[in-house]
Design a protein around this ligand. Sequence first.
Ligand code: KG4
Ligand code: ZN
Length: 344
Amino acid sequence: MDQKETIILAIESSCDDTSAAILKNNAILSNLIAGQEVHSEYGGVVPELASRAHLQNIVPVVDAAIKNSGVKKSDIDAVAFTKGPGLLGSLVVGTSFAKSFAMAMKIPLIDVNHMYGHVLAHFIDDGEKEKPKFPFLCLTVSGGHTQIVLVKSPLNMEVIGSTIDDAAGEAFDKIAKLLGFPYPGGPLVDKHAKSGDPKSFQFAKPRVGGYNYSFSGLKTSVLYFLQKQEKDNPDFISENLDDLCASAQRSIIDVLFKKLILASKELSIDEIAIAGGVSANSELRSRLADEGQKRCWKTHIPRFEYCTDNAAMIAITGKFMHEAGMHSDQSVSAQARIPFLPLR
Ligand code: KG4
Ligand code: ZN
């Protein structure tokens, strides 16, 4: 084998998906995700059920990821895992597995911050796709976070704005729930919005300082509006479903872009990226392309499968940390909340 090749096994188990990936240099050889249907009837992730499902999934998912990649277990140079942030019970499963694997194979262990992973997904080798140049701004929008990140280098990032209440994905999911969709409702809102008119309904816009966000007012505004309309017409939601989805989605996206545009202007940065589960949203992706053209931004949109939680993004982050010699020992433990600080 070529001496310079680095092969990393990565494990991601921060929420309700068990994922394992194999990275060779900067290319992904396999990236498998086992989802958890069990939560849909509860309208949100049930932590206890999530950790039990991770326990069932982790061995077969890792095994299949290694087999599909074509590499031998003994070729793996290091194992990276999500240390946090996320649900503690879920994180513990991935962390324990990674620690055992590293110990058994006598290879280094790398603990990865999930939020770094979302941003660094842009650096997975992906054909002709150009990688962001430093410094760039990354709007990271997921079910648990909404952040504008100033990315100075792969291991030096600073959050310059974040939500003071709900995350953008949470807003999608909560509004989806009001409309009667199962969890996670974000992708369903996206789907229905395609046939709706985004100008049909107006909802409250937040007023928060700096580059920060707020989404709880929007959700409440949708709730009160629906309650009022349903008094007069109990079928209001089903008769206006597509327009409601399109209008709510447009409100969330307008809010996201207002602060992103402000940050880009004030910091004079025109390399702009999006990341996280909500960056799978079709309107968000097309809006970034449109705003990019209008404002002469160089825009970066991750491949669809690297937007929602996946181990490939943990693998590429692990690779950067491995090269920098940032390994952890067997005393490392999962951490539900981790500050987003520069790593070096
Ligand atoms: O990054 P992610 O997979 O998990 C977290 O780290 O939270 O993000 C999940 C979030 C969920 O709120 C989900 O509804 C949202 O991403 N999401 C979407 C779409 N696909 C996933 N929201 C809107 N439109 C989508 N197409
Ligand atoms: Zn995530």
